[in-house]
Write a protein that binds this ligand. Sequence first.
Ligand code: MN
Ligand code: MN
Length: 467
Amino acid sequence: MSKDNRWTTYDAKQLEDLHALAEDYKKFLTIAKTEREAVTEVTKRIEKAGYRNLETIVKNGETLKAGDKVYAVWMKKTMAIFTIGEEKLEKGIRILGAHIDSPRLDLKQVPLYEDTEMAFLDTHYYGGVKKYQWTTIPLAIHGVIAKKDGSVTEVRIGEDAEDPIFCVTDLLIHLSKDQMAKKLGEAIEGENLDLLIGSRPMVFGEESKDADKKDPVKQQVLSILKEKYDIEEDDFLSAELEVVPAGAARDLGFDRSMIGSYGHDDRVCAFTSLDAFLRVDSPRYTACCLLTDKEEIGSVGATGAQSRFFENTVAELLACCGQFSELALRRTLASSRMLSSDVSAAFDPLYAAAYEKRNSAYFGHGIVYNKYTGARGKSGSNDANAEYFAWVRRVMDDAGVAFQTAELGRVDVGGGGTIAYISALYGMNVVDAGVAVLNMHAPMEVVSKSDVYEARNAYVAFLKAEQ
Ligand code: MN
Ligand code: MN
């Protein structure tokens, strides 16, 4: 593990690189706040770099060869990007796999209601959140509304300086005697995480009947939605609207050594994986950047890591390279090597009791490897093979990349998971590797710019490494 704080080791050129990467990362965070927005932004970046949609290649019956650049997207929420290597695919793919969903509040299907002349949107939280953290902060609404006519309207409101914002209310301290006596986890109820969106009633004409004047604040909101987005109340039924913290990613600290933002978990690893991937032009082994959805709720569904999307895409790839057989597919997956690029808990001295110091991750000490995650006796974890991690150590040391190893907190204080165990089902070697994050899953998470830089360099070394 790296003993020196990496900040003390950089020369001027490295600092310049580090800052350029951090600036680009802040832009990425600010643009890509949902899995769909991440897919859109990544697609823009890779198309600029010459990557082509695999669908087009399959449709045209083209053949792929070493050096070719392709990608596949599923349901606009997950994607896999490949640079074809010199070796046959059977020799294995080098995979950097990160997730692009983050904890947030999702609107319910029937969200809109009025109570006491105030209009709200009802939500159901997504992923693990400390509910009290989501009250009384500026919130934005991002997502899509799909209409019966097949059109899809994109929504992004609360980000521009002129946009309105929204918030979840909390009881004033003056009246909170009972609430303050409750346990932290019970003081804010999930059902109360509703978004305040309006308070001005519609003014009705003289001809309006009394029956039509019900819920005038809600009606006013609906008339604005009709005008701005051409949607009706029923269109919420087929929408995916995500409530996320409003505002841009910012430098944090007088020394600007950190970045404060929503969504570092796991866009910090998605971004650095992509950046590394795009720096490796003609790899020996086929390189892959896999960006998955639904990790925060168990990697379920058609766009989560448990779906067949990745396997199907590799099958298509083999076919396009003229190498497909069922056996070749299995061999390709089994012989692949993966860094499950996901964040780790950064040591927080204010809550030191939750960590075990020798096996914790520290800001400024490089990419973090978690041999295993899980909870209560490693349950649910992918426990990476010792021989594989020995190879990873060698790759990191040979490339001069700083790394550290950690567990997610003290034994039995909690736990967590990643997508590592899912890819491992194919028999491939996988280990968790990512950036240390403070305040993980909070509306504002914090990372060290140095760790972002080291993670990117570690991912490059992994993709380039010989057997
Ligand atoms: Mn994660
Ligand atoms: Mn997470």
